[in-house]
Design a protein around this ligand. Structure first.
Ligand SMILES: NC(=O)c1ccc[n+]([C@@H]2O[C@H](COP(=O)([O-])OP(=O)(O)OC[C@H]3O[C@@H](n4cnc5c(N)ncnc54)[C@H](O)[C@@H]3O)[C@@H](O)[C@H]2O)c1
Length: 275
């Protein structure tokens, strides 16, 4: 156990555990980092946004949080982030593969480089996180591990103009299931959360296209979109020992929207006045 942790393991649902979060500087990742820290975890936060990481570290405090610049599409960066957990806090118990993002273009018009960027960020980034976190967790005898990947409602519900994102997130679900199969015998649980429409910087544009958010709300049985904290609470559950027999599962956090249809983003964009 590292000197930092010896200085005091407090109370909470993940007290004393060491948690890594990618894409932690904003949105859902930032809410996850906050929630895990509030429940007693030590947080290793990675992102490509240095200013966002600095403000997160200031909020959580140096005893509770270390940050590293980490592009999840670069293997050395992800390996370094995992290494920071071990170097700074002596272990790795929880890894949240959160960094992700999409595009809006129909398949027949989709730029290949843009397609590859989405798959690289959402799917390959999650793979690298699972790979390096899994390696370290597997070697920690007698210490249970939990990996949580951010999938999406769009892994199972197609959206027009969202081909790259839907395909990548469906890949994240498959990755989660294979990882659960392979890492389970080492005591490592692997699950995914699949959010619907959550208000973050990634989705801010949807509020500027008339009809899109309204269509989501109309099609979600709970009749609303959600805030990042509502995803963070499900990640916390899966990360904690309360989910001790949950692995290979995908938890929807979508207000029931999976039961209906996804908004027609491209249609709404086409209806915008030109110019
Ligand atoms: N917001 C939603 O409605 C929604 C819905 C379903 C799934 N998700 C998924 O949740 C996750 C978080 O989404 P969000 O809405 O909070 O996004 P966001 O854009 O608000 O935040 C993403 C964070 O990831 C960081 N990031 C971007 N590229 C990175 C890279 N290459 N390496 C490391 N960090 C990088 C950004 O700097 C940012 O801090 C993503 O995987 C997203 O696909 C979001």
């Amino acid at each position: 156990m590292s000197a930092r942790i010896e200085s005091g393991v407090g109370a909470g649902r993940v007290a004393g555990k060491v948690a890594l979060v990618t894409g932690a500087a904003a949105g859902i990742g930032r809410a996850v980092a906050h929630r895990l820290a509030a429940e007693g975890a030590y947080v290793v936060a990675g992102d490509i946004d240095a200013a966002g990481l600095a403000s997160l570290a200031a909020e959580l405090g140096p005893e509770r949080c270390v940050t590293r610049l980490c592009d999840v599409t670069v293997e050395e960066d992800v390996a370094r982030l995992v290494g920071a957990a071990v170097d700074e806090f002596g272990a790795l118990d929880i890894a949240v593969a959160n960094a992700g993002g999409g595009t809006a273009a129909e398949l027949a018009d989709h730029d290949y480089a843009a397609w590859r960027r989405v798959v690289d960020l959402c799917l390959n980034g999650a793979f690298l996180t699972v790979k390096h976190a899994g390696r370290v967790m597997r070697a920690q005898d007698g210490r249970a591990g939990s990996i949580v990947n951010l999938a999406s409602l769009n892994a199972v519900q197609p959206g027009r103009g969202m081909g790259a994102y839907c395909a990548a997130k469906a890949g994240v679900v498959a990755l989660t299931e294979v990882a659960a199969l392979e890492l389970g015998p080492s005591g490592i649980r692997v699950n995914a959360v699949a959010p619907g429409l959550i208000r973050t910087q990634a989705t801010a544009g949807m509020w500027h296209v008339p009809g899109v958010v309204e269509e989501y709300v109309e099609n979600a049985p709970l009749g609303r979109f959600a805030e990042p904290e509502e995803v963070a609470s499900v990640v916390l559950f899966l990360a904690s020992d309360e989910a001790s027999f949950v692995s290979g599962s995908v938890y929807g956090v979508d207000g029931g929207a999976r039961t209906r249809r996804y908004p027609d983003l491209i249609g709404a964009l086409e209806r915008l006045p030109r110019g």
